[in-house]
Design a protein around this ligand. Structure first.
Ligand code: UD1
Ligand code: CA
Length: 446
């Protein structure tokens, strides 16, 4: 039997933030989501999260995650005290308890599997992950016996200057034999510099403790402050970008670009400076993105060009060009060979093949056919002050510069609308419509 407990009740004081530490995002995903993802393949019988400080926010953020029990720790008197709160929940439980720190987000499932394997194949009461760090500042130090078993873990603030030189650190990830742990949990004392109950003190109280040193110290990096958050972000970004460069994506200036781990690229994609991909994006072969574009939860077919533009929750067809300075808002579907140009905003609209909206337009709640030309400054007036209404335009129609189409409205196909018209009624196919007041010209002396 395997139970997993994630510690997330601490105050996270060093973050100096109103947002709970474990909800801070890393490449767009909250730390706690990352920790949870690393446990998926372990098939635990129970998953528990210890919450306390800002418990409701954390519970709210995880409400759609299934098979998760929340355990309240109030007040928060240290990591050992957090584990003590599990006792009523794990009454009668026999097996391993895997303890994860909610602020160690880069851990790989593979490493957790090795930890469980090592523990199960030994007679140890606890096995935990360790790492050898060049700069171990802030971490608990691991002291071993000659046989290689662990004698104790001493928190940095409780170390003397000699002990502090030890570079072997505790990663805060433990696999305990639950029955043996629960027998010693009540023995913890708060005689330390923080006056807290430390989970690390159980090591000295248990029969046998082993540690597993990880190969990549970054995997067990803990986040206590925003600098460490940045270090992890940098590390993730570096890994993602180098992975995609090796798969055929060019970055002109990778340092200025960020990716999410749910971004998927075809080949021969070029990413120009200051371009960011967020959420789940699918970018087809030959796309050229940036400079200065932000693309979120969108699918771009092959050869899409997007310069200085924002694309959010949209689908963009092949060979379509977006920008410069276009804003494509959610639920928009722009078909192949279209052009959405300078200072154009598209919202919740379908744009047919080969249609062009080149300059200064707002198109919202609209269905456009194919091969339409929307003139500069055309506006679909979709809001009457209370509700939104839709606009439809048929294939091959043209709107003149500064046309205003008052929705709800249907414009047929092969229609031409004269520049400066405000149209508030449906227009049949193959017609020309102009609505303008007559110019009144008076010359001096009239
Ligand atoms: C802890 C370890 C340290 C290790 C480091 C690894 C202890 C005493 N020290 O130190 O040896 O090197 O992690 O990153 O365990 N938490 C609770 N309830 C509490 C206090 C903390 O749930 O009362 C949670 C926090 O939300 C956090 C985790 O436990 O997710 C670790 O707490 P933190 O205060 O960050 O411990 P560290 O000082 O980093
Ligand atoms: Ca920590």
């Amino acid at each position: 039997m395997l139970a997993i407990a994630i510690l997330a009740a601490g105050k996270g004081t060093r973050m100096k933030s109103a947002l709970p530490k474990v909800l801070h995002p890393l490449a767009g995903k909250p730390l706690i989501d990352r920790v949870l993802s690393s446990t998926h393949g372990l098939k635990p019988n129970r998953r528990l999260i210890v919450v306390g400080h800002q418990a409701d926010e954390i519970k709210g953020a995880l409400k759609s995650t299934q098979d998760l029990d929340f355990v309240l720790q109030k007040p928060q008197k240290g990591t050992g005290h957090a584990i003590q709160q599990l006792i009523p929940n794990l009454k009668g439980f026999k097996g391993e308890l895997l303890v994860l720190n909610g602020d160690v987000p880069l851990l790989k499932e593979k490493t957790l599997k090795s930890l469980l394997e090592l523990h199960k194949g030994s007679d140890a009461s606890v096995t935990f992950l360790s790492a050898r760090l060049d700069s171990p500042t802030g971490y608990g130090r691991v002291f071993t016996n000659q046989s290689g078993t662990v004698k104790e873990i001493i928190e940095e603030r409780d170390c003397n200057s000699e002990q502090r030189k030890n570079k072997l650190i505790n990663a805060g990830i433990y696999c305990f034999n639950w029955q043996q742990l629960s027998d010693v949990l009540y023995l913890l004392s708060n005689k330390n510099s923080q006056k807290e109950l430390y989970i690390t003190d159980t090591i000295g109280l248990l029969n046998k403790a082993l540690h597993l040193e990880v190969d990549d110290p970054f995997e067990v990096k803990g986040i206590n402050d925003r600098y460490q958050l940045f270090e992890c972000e940098y590390h993730i970004q570096e890994k993602l970008k180098s992975f995609w460069m090796r798969k055929g994506v060019s970055f002109i200036d990778p340092i200025s670009c960020t990716l999410s781990d749910d971004t998927d690229f075809g080949t021969d994609v070029i990413i120009e400076p200051q371009t960011h991909l967020r959420g789940k994006c699918n970018i087809g072969n030959g796309c050229h993105l940036g400079p200065g574009s932000v693309i979120t939860n969108s699918k771009l077919e092959k050869n899409v060009l997007a310069i200085h533009s924002i694309i959010n929750e949209a689908i963009i067809g092949a060979n379509t060009s977006i920008g410069p300075f276009a804003h494509i808002r959610p639920e928009s579907n722009i078909c192949d060979n279209s052009k959405i140009g300078n200072f154009v905003e598209i919202k919740k609209s379908f744009i047919g093949k080969g249609t062009k909206i080149n300059h200064l337009s707002y198109v919202g709640d609209t269905t456009l056919g194919s091969n339409i030309n929307i003139g500069a400054g055309t506006i679909t007036a979709n809001f009457d002050g209370k509700s939104k209404h839709s606009t439809t335009i048929g294939d091959y129609s043209k709107t003149g510069a500064n046309s205003v189409l008052i929705a709800p409205i249907k414009i047929g196909s092969h229609v031409t609308i004269g520049a400066g018209s405000t149209i508030s009624r449906d227009i049949p196919d193959k017609s020309l419509v102009v609505e303008r007041s007559k110019a009144i010209i008076r010359t001096k002396g009239d």
